[in-house]
Design a protein around this ligand. Structure first.
Ligand code: F6P
Length: 470
């Protein structure tokens, strides 16, 4: 039987608090099912070159981690990954700051990952690389002689060619993607954008039927694998958390008011400034709600050394302060804005307690909070999801109230529609979305990707057999 090896920049280490973000939740749940190895960054920087990986084994999963040198980390993670690729892939050119040294550090850190991972690999491994931090890793593993199938999944959006070619080294990045056997995207939009880039670089004839792309001798498969959630797991967590004191205290503190909830990493792509303005527009447009609704926004800090994140944090503090200063009363605060994280189960408990889930990113690969909000609801009396049509999740959750996150008035109308929606309509919309979530849950995401990798393996074996016979 094959062993699954997942590789990502950030990993959810046992004993460390869970890393926020859908990637960690997705991989954690994939590996919990099948067992295997998870290789990545330890979360620490060092003055020295990375030594041998630290290995911890827990519940059938081996965690192998390495430290990254401080300067490399600044240029690779803060720099190339989060000041170049992240803004570019999310269509925020204004936030992009390209420096060649960052590109070099990106290549170097990927090489270190490849060198440290390669000795841990076994003959039957299937290797699954995650996210934009590690695009060159497949090529570098091949250069070290790794023959096993290697797949890559992009958790964030993939930009169209007109956006991608702003990147001076865009051709290398595309060539690196073609070194994988399987390349997966969240939505059809992302796959189409990838095709537009492949066509630009290699010509239309590179794209074959059934998602195959031929570049020289190599054939790779590109497809859509929308990440899902563990529906039963979320339901259980959400239900059990209702009796947890932290959730009870939150619910009691509402004093019977409606609850609107947002949970996002503090990131400019999540559209929080726009969301706070839309909430202010809502209070202005529908003044009956003043004093009757509480909006809790949980936004744990993230990438705090990157300038754009320092700026967005300041803007949000000002925006929350403005709304609270203008509307608050001695016994009511319109926005409770918290820069801290909570255990996953607690968050699911909060989401279940909410009448409205507000998920309005300006651009998002998928957004698992939207899916978790739906899964966490009580099906007999569900809350309503207000969802950005620029999130990948909007392709599947079409029964949410879909909004344009830049349209303050539109979002404010949607909040009002959510709060006043009759129970039968809430149930109907919720049931439709739950069905989608069950059909495409986290287990089927893993299964489909691993099957694609296994097929790559068997077609490789066939090709080898043919060339041996020849
Ligand atoms: O999903 C996108 C992503 O960048 C993941 O790769 C990452 O684990 C998560 O968001 C959190 O971001 P970071 O690791 O930069 O804190």
């Amino acid at each position: 039987m094959s062993r699954l090896v997942c590789v990502s920049n950030r990993i959810s280490l046992p004993r460390k608090s869970a890393a926020p973000g859908g990637l960690a939740i997705g991989i954690q749940s994939a590996l919990r099912r099948s067992g295997g190895l998870w290789f990545g960054w330890s979360g620490d920087t060092s003055e020295e070159d990375a030594g041998d990986p630290d290995i911890h084994i827990r519940d059938g999963v081996s965690f192998a981690t390495i430290d990254i040198r401080k300067q490399d980390f600044d240029d690779y993670y803060n720099g190339y990954a989060n000041e170049v690729l992240w803004p570019l892939f999310h269509y925020f050119l204004k936030g992009m700051r390209y420096r060649t040294e960052q590109r070099d550090a990106y290549e170097d850190v990927n090489r270190i990952f490849a060198q440290k991972l390669q000795p841990l690999l076994q003959p039957k491994d299937l290797i699954w690389v995650h996210d934009y931090h590690l695009i060159p890793l497949g090529r570098q593993l091949r250069e070290l002689g790794v023959q096993r199938p290697i797949g890559f999944f992009l958790h964030i959006p993939f930009p169209n060619i007109e956006m991608l070619r702003v990147l001076p080294s865009y051709a290398e990045l595309l060539r690196d993607l073609t070194c994988y056997d399987v390349v997966g995207f969240q939505t059809q939009n992302d796959l189409n954008a990838f095709y537009s880039c492949i066509e630009h670089l290699f010509g239309a004839e590179a794209i074959r039927g059934e998602g195959r792309i031929r570049v020289g001798e190599r054939v790779l498969r590109a497809a859509v694998f929308p990440i899902g959630v563990d529906v039963n797991g979320v339901q259980t967590e959400a239900t059990e958390a209702q009796s947890a004191s932290v959730v009870k205290r939150m619910s009691d503190s509402l004093m019977g008011r409606d609850l609107m909830m947002g949970v996002d990493r503090l990131d400019y792509s999540k559209g929080l400034v726009e969301r706070f303005s839309a909430y202010q527009t809502f209070l202005e447009t529908y003044p009956d709600n003043v004093g009757r609704i509480t909006y809790i926004q949980i936004a744990p800090l993230s990438r705090a050394d990157v300038k754009a994140y320092v700026e967005i944090r300041q803007s949000l503090e000002q925006a929350a302060g403005r709304t609270n200063g203008r509307f608050a009363d001695t016994d009511w605060t319109p926005i409770r804005y918290l820069n801290r994280n909570f255990p996953h189960a607690t968050l699911m408990g909060f989401l279940r307690a909410a009448d409205v889930g507000l998920v309005t990113p300006l651009r998002d690969g998928m957004n698992l909070v939207a899916k978790e909000f739906v899964a966490a609801q009580d099906a007999t009396d569900p809350g309503v999801l207000v969802l950005s049509n620029l999130a990948g999740a909007a392709r599947e959750l079409t029964s949410a109230l879909l909004v344009n996150p830049y349209d303050m008035r539109g979002v404010s109308h949607a909040i009002q529609a959510a709060l006043s929606m009759p129970l039968p309509e809430r149930r109907e919309r919720h049931a439709a979305m739950l069905q989608v979530l069950k059909r495409n849950d986290i287990a089927s995401w893993t299964r489909r990707f691993v099957e694609a990798l296994e097929q790559a393996q068997s077609s490789d074996a066939r090709m080898r057999a043919v060339s041996n016979r020849a």
